[in-house]
Design a protein around this ligand. Structure first.
Ligand code: NDP
Length: 452
């Protein structure tokens, strides 16, 4: 049977674009790709990239306060959101064009439209056109999830934050995960009065407990009104703003209410189940270790599979798919020891096991220190850095590293290389410190704070 394409990709985000480009340029495949919104997906258009630009923007207020402490005469003016937003939009346009250009260069045929599956080898475009492909890759990502509730029409999600015409004076953020905590810090830094409600006992579930506590404490010190064990009861629009009643009895008015209560895979209406593709409880596509679905010609990568929902992981999954299917080299994407960072202020960088997970696995030693870093201490900031290593008593290997500090995202990337290579605590110890830095603490912690 002849097909129109060797590969048809649905979704032009990080995973889909990488797979399409590699299949065409290195795998010699005829490739089509359909994207219904903008090329680049969540990461480029309404996620990592604009978020990080906002992190940078919000960092200037404390930087200017530090500058004064260091002797500079600085007068801080107001933050001009429309001016920043226009520059951010221009940068996203530039990146989108670069993604598109790279696909073009690789010879990928782009369809700026929605595509759905018709059967194991056929996709149908919005105009009704049917295209056949030997393989189909689903890389449609995820979308914000907002629980059903009364007054739900008054809330926004992270998608909307980047498009606000004006910044609110007062915002309520609901949730305690990556997105809630990052936007709480960003908006607080930009001068917005931020209240955050989290339903559980401590924010950032899944991260090391000591690190979570450290971040929460510093978020509060920086001015975020963080309330844990608190849920929304009722939301209504009044003349004063959006009135929110919470389980702790508090009733407050806000200009915006942002729900960052998780994301769900984008699989609704794609024709997946009709084509025989098995979905999980939240609509995620079930795949094997080679990203193959229950229909042999259909594969899926990235957030739509709900494995580890991070851009670099989606990219690796896309590349492994091309190795497997188009280069005759069966390759499993490696999901072990994936480092990550939460871009709060300060940041939380993490790789490997939390203390809690490591304790459950084997006897460990914990090395941890919390201290005031030179730069912020001189400026009179109360921030404390936290550096923590979890070490196996038996193998001496470093099982996990958790850093709460400015630039922790940068630091954890380098620690992750050593840990991925299997470094032991003694390998860290015999590495000479770089002085004076924050990260020298990682190679100078002599005695464990506890063993378990
Ligand atoms: P998360 O899963 O990280 O957090 C969701 C939060 O919402 C949790 O605190 C959860 O509480 C809470 N929640 C869920 N349902 C409800 C509800 N019905 N009512 C109240 N609270 C609720 O999701 P995010 O949306 O923050 O981020 C999605 C994913 O995107 C992340 O997991 C990550 O993989 C990725 N991401 C990565 C970033 C990075 O690398 N820096 C940045 C942003 C996103 P509970 O803990 O109790 O379940």
């Amino acid at each position: 049977m002849t097909f129109d394409y060797d590969l048809f990709v649905i979704g032009g985000g990080s995973g889909g674009v990488r797979a399409a480009r590699l299949a065409a340029s290195e795998g010699g495949a005829r490739v089509g790709l359909a994207e219904e919104y903008r090329m680049g997906g969540t990461c480029v258009i309404r996620g990592c990239v604009p978020k990080k630009l906002m992190v940078f923007a919000s960092g200037f207020a404390p930087a200017m306060a530090d500058a004064r402490a260091y002797g500079w005469q600085v007068t801080t003016g107001a933050f001009d959101w429309p001016a920043f937003r226009a520059r951010m939009d221009a940068e996203l346009d530039r990146l989108e064009a670069a993604y598109r250009g790279n696909l073009d260069k690789a010879g990928v045929e782009i369809f700026d439209t929605r595509a759905v599956l018709e059967d194991a080898h056929t996709v149908r475009l919005a105009d009704g056109a049917r295209l056949t492909a030997k393989h189909v890759l689903i890389a449609t990502g995820g979308a914000p999830f907002v629980p059903e509730m009364q007054g739900g029409q008054h809330v926004i999600t992270s998608n909307d934050v980047f498009k606000l015409d004006t910044l609110p004076d007062r915002i309520l953020i609901v949730g305690g995960g990556y997105i809630a905590c990052e936007f709480a810090c960003i908006l607080n830094g930009l001068g917005v009065e931020v209240t955050q409600y989290y339903r559980g006992a401590q924010i950032l579930r899944g991260f090391d407990e000591e690190a979570r506590g450290h971040v929460a404490e510093l978020m509060r010190e920086h001015g975020v009104n963080l309330h844990v064990g608190t849920e929304v009861l009722n939301i209504e629009q009044t003349g004063e703003g959006i009135r929110v009643k919470a389980t702790d009895g508090r009733e407050m008015d806000y200009d915006k209410v942002l729900y960052a209560t998780g994301r769900r895979p984008n699989t609704a209406g794609l024709g997946l189940e009709e084509a025989g593709v098995k979905l999980g409880r939240w609509g995620q596509i079930e795949v094997d270790e080679y990203s193959q679905t229950s229909v042999p010609s259909i594969y899926a990568v990235g957030d739509v599979t709900d494995r580890i929902n991070l851009t670099p992981v989606a990219i690796r999954e896309g590349a492994a798919f091309v190795e497997t299917v188009f280069k005759g080299n069966p390759t499993r994407p490696d999901h072990d020891l994936v480092p990550g960072a939460v871009f709060t202020q300060p940041e939380l960088g993490s790789v490997g096991l939390t203390e809690e997970a490591a304790r459950a696995q084997e006897p460990i030693e914990v090395y941890c220190n919390s201290f005031r870093a030179m730069q912020s201490a001189f400026a009179g900031r109360p921030d404390r850095v936290m550096m923590k290593l979890i070490v196996s008593q038996a193998s001496r290997k470093v099982l996990g590293c958790h850093i709460v500090a400015d630039h922790a995202g940068e630091l954890i990337q380098l620690a992750a290389v050593a840990i991925k290579m299997g470094a032991t605590k003694e390998d860290f110890d015999r590495t000479v410190a770089v002085h004076p830095t924050m990260s020298e603490e990682l190679v100078t912690m002599k005695a464990p704070v506890r063993s378990a």
